[in-house]
Design a protein around this ligand. Structure first.
Ligand SMILES: [Ca+2]
Length: 170
């Protein structure tokens, strides 16, 4: 192997390493921003804060295990963050809840069913332009069963659970 070949090999390794580092940094930064901030409270009306964490999506029962003790009944949760709006158009949100729920998108109340109820689906519609909009979800559980999940329909598309990639903290 002559000197030039070694140089080329080193250059290849150097630029390969730089490329890998850029991809890793992009991935880490991109994923740090994923999910939504969730605050947990005892009582059905945000009575006393008991902890907070980042959740990938908006689901009850929780998919992540909290580091604090969440009561089985009589608690409330507030999720805040941003929703990525992939295209302009009419967005219908299908929220299934037990018990109370409020959904605010871009500062507007899209769904409000702040009552104790068995598993119920509510639908609300809002027009959005492409980009990122603030999102706020409030939920409470009285007793018995507990459910929360949110689907959407974009324009004439199918009703699907909102993929977690559309949620970001900032
Ligand atoms: Ca319940």
């Amino acid at each position: 192997m002559n000197t030039e070949t070694i140089d080329n090999k080193n250059k290849f390794l150097l630029w390969g390493g730089v490329a890998v580092a850029i991809v890793v940094v992009f991935f880490v930064v991109n994923n740090q921003n994923r999910g939504l901030k969730a605050e947990f409270f005892s009582g059905m009306n945000f009575n006393e804060k008991i902890g907070e964490m980042v959740t990938a999506g908006i689901k009850i029962p929780l998919e992540e295990k909290p580091s604090f003790e969440l009561p089985v009944d009589n608690f409330s949760v507030r999720w805040q963050g941003n929703l990525i709006v992939p295209e302009v158009g009419q967005y219908s949100f299908y929220v299934t809840s037990d018990d109370g729920v409020r959904l605010h998108i871009n500062g507007e109340v899209v769904i409000e069913n702040w009552t104790t109820h068995p598993r119920t689906q509510d639908v609300g519609t809002i027009n959005l332009t492409k980009g990122t909009v603030p999102m706020l979800v409030e939920y409470f559980e009285n007793s018995g069963g507990q459910t929360l999940n949110i689907s959407w329909k974009i324009n004439d598309g199918e009703v699907v659970l909102i993929n977690e990639k559309f949620f970001k903290q900032k």
